[in-house]
Design a binder for this molecule. Structure first.
Ligand SMILES: *[C@@H]1O[C@H](CO)[C@@H](O)[C@H](O)[C@H]1NC(C)=O
Ligand SMILES: *[C@@H]1O[C@H](CO)[C@@H](O)[C@H](O)[C@H]1NC(C)=O
Ligand SMILES: *[C@@H]1O[C@H](CO)[C@@H](O)[C@H](O)[C@H]1NC(C)=O
Length: 785
């Protein structure tokens, strides 16, 4: 735009003009152009020569020139056509900064005459500058705990342009937390402010990156942007947490010290000291648990610190707190349930709770003798106990209830065979390896009077010599009783009966305690050969038991009877005849007597020289000790042949050494024959008996008064031998051939061998009872083993 001012003409006049010029310059009337900044080289600005009223032709001669204070050659004038054009790049912002007005002051100087013109070239702004932020990235640290609507001022952008080109608007990249607010500054411009529209959470978004863009008002518009890096600062807003609220742990009892029970790992979403945690037992945890377990505060390891015994406690409930170090600290909890598993570390215990001892031997099968209880503190199979009994004996264990047993009688007892049982009860649990315990029971069997006194033999044979002194101890009976104490206390008594006219008790008595049998009066063999009676033994039990024994007391013969001579019937001569003086001392006697047969025979023929009457004295002597004798006087009358013989004899019996010489009777010749035959037979018998006796190696009988040995005579102990009623040997006589007739034992069992002796005569023994008896020897006892 051209502005023509008339004052330019005036300035052409001299020094005054220079002064005026100054005033003019200060005033108005200048040539005024305008050019946009950043115009290209050669851009037309104005026809400066014409506008100043200068002729083109005079420009050169008058040394037309431009002077610009400090602005160099931004503008140039074409001297040919007088046009002002842009010579080099003009940056308004460089020239004038942020001032709203910007112009280049040109002085146009011409000489001849010297003239100075002032030209103003206004540099017009174009939007050639974008808004600029001072930094490319702005960092903001915002605690996550900041409240909503908190404001955070930001540094705004600047724009080198002016005017509309410098009017900025701001935009924030889309985000959920912040909104942008614009504050208009009082002086100029405006600046952006971040406003918290939603609570921050460091744990979720520890940092945010936003873009703030400023846009100017130019056409075209320019933008500038800055990155907002928002660091969300931690607040202790998270408690530590366990991944579970309850932890279940199983561990064996007797675990070693310091065994790890559980390693707790809490986590805290915060950071720094806000996530540093301290583990501890909660206040609820009892002192006993604190003793048993050790908590590592820092690591959260719980370890065993003391003996863990299932039987003490099989579960532990440990409450654990974890606290962070934030301010204020945050706490959370968990529970550790420790289940203790059983180990077979307890042996069973056996207790015998009650005993019914001693046990009567007649106790019923099934009687309970003892109650046994077993316990095992372990559980499960480790605590399951089985009981056994050794040795079994007549007992058994019966399980009455779980872990309760009865010791029960299983079969009959007999104190007499076993009086005491030592039993061992063994309890064994089901653990692996199993443990066991034992208890011993001593079962004593109490006596019951179930055994009668017993004699060794049912029958005893006793030999007693006759003529024993009164009160003589003849035998001792003894019965054993297998029971105990009073049940075995035996007393003896006589089983009373009658013996003939008299009571048995007048013969013998039995001492109640000792069992000694006494003969109360002298026994007479000739009166009573055998005394048979029973002794009863009774024990003192309730009720008492008893048994009997039979005693056979043989009264042994003593040589207390002298031989007696009796005339045989038919041998008696007529009338008594006087006897000769004893022939013993005489010279040659025509008679002789056989030593054993008693046979009297003539030694020579008798003639008239012999006295018609002969008196013979026969001495009969037994073999007893001492020997007893009898004498007989035989009177012989010698008669002529054809006369009937009339023998007579007188028999005299007497004690030992007793004088002979009693009356004599005549003995028939037959007598001699009989005597002879009997003597021979007797000799045979004697021989047999002696040999038998030797074979039986019989000791001779003891003293007359003393208990005989309880053995049987020539018979078996079991035999029911019967003693012959007649023990006498008899000499039998008669007209016929003599018969041996021996009285010996006649047991029903095979007797001692006396085989060849005929016994027939026995039956006719009664016939001879009144006749001459002839004792060969005293019959003592023969003892067979
Ligand atoms: C805790 O961490 C340790 C080490 O990583 C691990 O051995 C243990 O099993 C963890 N405890 C729990 C309860 O998960
Ligand atoms: C277990 O070990 C700890 C630490 O060594 C000790 O203090 C404690 O007495 C031990 N406990 C037993 C029962 O030995
Ligand atoms: C013993 O003998 C007597 C008399 O004969 C009799 O009464 C009693 O029963 C007998 N005792 C025994 C145990 O046999």
């Amino acid at each position: 735009m051209l502005v023509y001012t008339p004052s330019g003409l005036i300035a052409q006049h001299g020094l005054l003009l220079l002064l005026l010029l100054a005033a003019w310059k200060a005033g108005s009337g200048q040539v005024h152009y305008s050019v946009p900044e950043e115009a290209k080289h050669g851009t037309f600005v104005g026809r400066i020569a014409q506008d100043l009223g200068l002729e083109l032709a005079e420009l050169v001669p008058r040394l037309f020139r431009l002077a610009s204070k400090g602005h160099g050659d931004l503008l140039e004038v074409n001297l040919q056509n007088g046009i002002l054009f842009v010579n080099s790049r003009i940056d308004r912002e460089e020239l004038c900064g942020r001032s709203a007005e910007c112009s280049i002051h040109l002085e146009v100087i011409v000489d001849r005459p010297l003239q100075v013109f002032h030209v103003e070239v206004e540099v017009k702004d174009i939007n050639d500058n974008a808004p600029i932020f001072s930094v490319s990235e702005q960092k903001l640290s915002i605690p996550e705990s900041r409240l909503l609507d908190s404001r955070f001022p930001l540094e705004g952008a600047s724009d080198a342009d002016v005017g509309e080109n410098a009017v900025l608007t701001y935009r924030l990249s889309p985000n959920e937390f912040f909104i942008l607010d614009i504050i208009n500054k009082k002086d100029k411009g405006k600046f952006p402010v971040l406003v918290l529209g939603k609570m921050l959470d460091r744990e979720e978004n520890p940092q945010l990156q936003l873009l703030l863009t400023a846009t100017d008002g130019g056409k075209p518009e320019y933008t500038g942007s800055v990155t907002l890096l928002i660091l969300v600062l931690d607040a202790n807003d998270n408690a530590p947490i366990f991944d579970r609220s309850v932890y279940e742990v199983k561990m064996y009892e007797n675990s070693a010290n310091q065994t790890l029970v559980i390693w707790l790992n809490a986590s805290d979403a915060d950071e720094g000291i806000n996530k540093e945690m301290i583990y501890s037992f909660s206040a609820l945890v009892s002192p006993s648990i604190r003793r048993k377990f050790l908590m590592n505060e820092k690591t959260g390891e719980i370890r065993v610190n003391d003996a863990i015994d299932f039987e003490d406690s099989n579960t532990y409930e440990i409450h654990v707190d974890v606290t962070d170090r934030g301010n204020p600290p945050m706490v959370s909890h968990c529970t550790v349930l420790v289940e203790v598993l059983d180990e077979n570390d307890n042996p069973p215990e056996v207790v015998i709770t009650s005993l019914a001892l001693p046990v009567q031997e007649d106790a019923q099968v099934g009687t309970v003798i003892a109650l046994i209880s077993v316990t095992d503190h372990d559980s499960g199979a480790n605590g399951q106990v089985t009981c056994s009994l050794t040795p079994q004996g007549p007992f058994k264990l019966v399980s009455t209830f779980k872990n309760y047993y009865s010791l029960v009688l299983d079969s009959a007892l007999d104190r007499e065979s076993v009086a005491n049982y030592a039993l061992v009860v063994t309890a064994r649990d089901g653990g692996s390896p199993s443990l066991s315990a034992t208890a011993s029971v001593s079962v004593e069997v109490a006596d019951v009077n179930d055994n009668a006194p017993a004699f060794a033999q049912p029958e005893y044979t006793v030999f007693v010599k006759e003529n024993n002194p009164p009160g003589c101890h003849i035998f001792t009976v003894s019965a054993r009783d297998a029971d105990a104490q009073e049940n075995a206390l035996v007393s003896y008594s006589l089983v009373e009966r009658r013996v003939g006219e008299r009571a048995l008790s007048s013969y013998v008595s039995v001492h109640a305690e000792s069992g000694k049998v006494y003969a109360l009066q002298p026994l007479d063999h000739e009166e009573l050969e055998l005394l048979q009676f029973q002794v009863s033994a009774r024990d003192a039990g309730v009720p008492p038991l008893g048994s009997n024994v039979t005693l056979q007391v043989f009264v042994l013969d003593e040589n207390d009877n002298a031989p007696a001579l009796l005339p045989l019937p038919g041998a008696r001569g007529g009338g008594g005849a006087l006897s000769e003086p004893p022939a013993a001392g005489g010279a040659r006697s025509p008679f002789r007597v056989a030593l054993y047969t008693g046979e009297i025979s003539t030694t020579r023929a008798l003639d008239e020289a012999d006295a018609p009457r002969q008196r013979l004295l026969v001495l009969v002597k037994d073999h007893g000790e001492p020997a007893l004798t009898a004498t007989a006087t035989v009177l012989l009358s010698l008669v002529e042949s054809g006369q009937a013989p009339r023998p007579s004899s007188r028999v005299l019996a007497g004690g030992a050494g007793a004088g002979a010489g009693a009356g004599a009777a005549l003995v028939d010749v037959n007598v001699y024959l009989i005597v002879a035959i009997c003597a021979v037979s007797s000799l045979l018998v004697l021989t047999l008996l002696l040999s038998t006796a030797l074979r039986c190696s019989a000791p001779p009988s003891e003293g007359a008064c003393g208990p005989g040995k309880p053995t049987l005579v020539c018979s078996s102990a079991v035999g029911s031998w019967s003693y012959s009623q007649q023990r006498r040997q008899r000499v039998c006589s008669g007209e016929g051939p003599p018969k041996a007739d021996l009285m010996a034992f006649s047991p029903s069992l095979p007797p001692c061998p006396v085989p060849d002796v005929e016994m027939e005569g026995e039956s006719s023994g009664g016939d001879y009872s009144g006749k001459v008896g002839y004792y060969f020897f005293n019959f003592h006892m023969l003892i067979c083993e």
